[in-house]
Design a protein around this ligand. Sequence first.
Ligand SMILES: [Cu+2]
Length: 278
Amino acid sequence: MNFRWLFVICLTIVLLSACAQKPKQNQTMPGMDHNQHNQPSGGKESTNTSQVQAVWKFADSAPQSGKDEQISIQIQDNTGKPIEKFQVSHEKQMHLIVVNKDLSFFNHIHPDYKGKGLFQIRTQFPTGGDYKLIADFIPEGGEAKTESQWVKVSGDVPAAQPLTPETNLTKVVEGKEVSLSFDQLQAGKELTMTFNFLDASTKQPITNLEPYLGAVGHVVILSADAEKYIHNHPLEEKATGPQAKFGTAFPASGIYKLWGQFKHQGKTFIVPYTIQVP
Ligand SMILES: [Cu+2]
């Protein structure tokens, strides 16, 4: 494996196990974020990332749909001592992804850091059902960490929407015609994923995409069962379109849902795709 390539593309793949009974299968590829390579190490206590854990708490013991719910995420070591310092990665100390079980709902939010390892945010779950919360953060002096938690939200549960792989990867979102393509699409291969942006009415290339959280775009990928989680940043973070390219790798064949997040003319937008990886 070419580690330099991985470093450059900021790729991480974390295989998550949802079952708390089982030991976690965590695989973090090197090069999650440039920041972790740039920290001065002299005199700083280093963090053994394998001992970092997240304790999730909800202000309401049973969160309800359609209500502001407070989520608290306490980051600590395996003795319960808070981890106190975090690196800023893409402008935030923590990125929190919220999806529901059939992956029809996606949210990317940023909890506030309250000190002493505690992150908090108020958010709403649109319907009842099972949701997965996935937190990305980097303890200072340590490696990028991903911690996740399933939560049951009370309220009406809509019928699950089946994930059907799309064959046509061109769609119109917020007046933009977005096309997704891959240089090769096969499980276990390092590949390049390209988003191309045209003005939907004039078909002219869009060349003034704006940075969103410090990069031209962000891509989150989840396997259909929400167990395999990948968060990618662009090969060229300062690109402005019409193309945004990301390096990634799908750990196994199967159905995946991915969400590209971009910003244009002051507005952020999300482009979702469901794909079949051979
Ligand atoms: Cu984020």
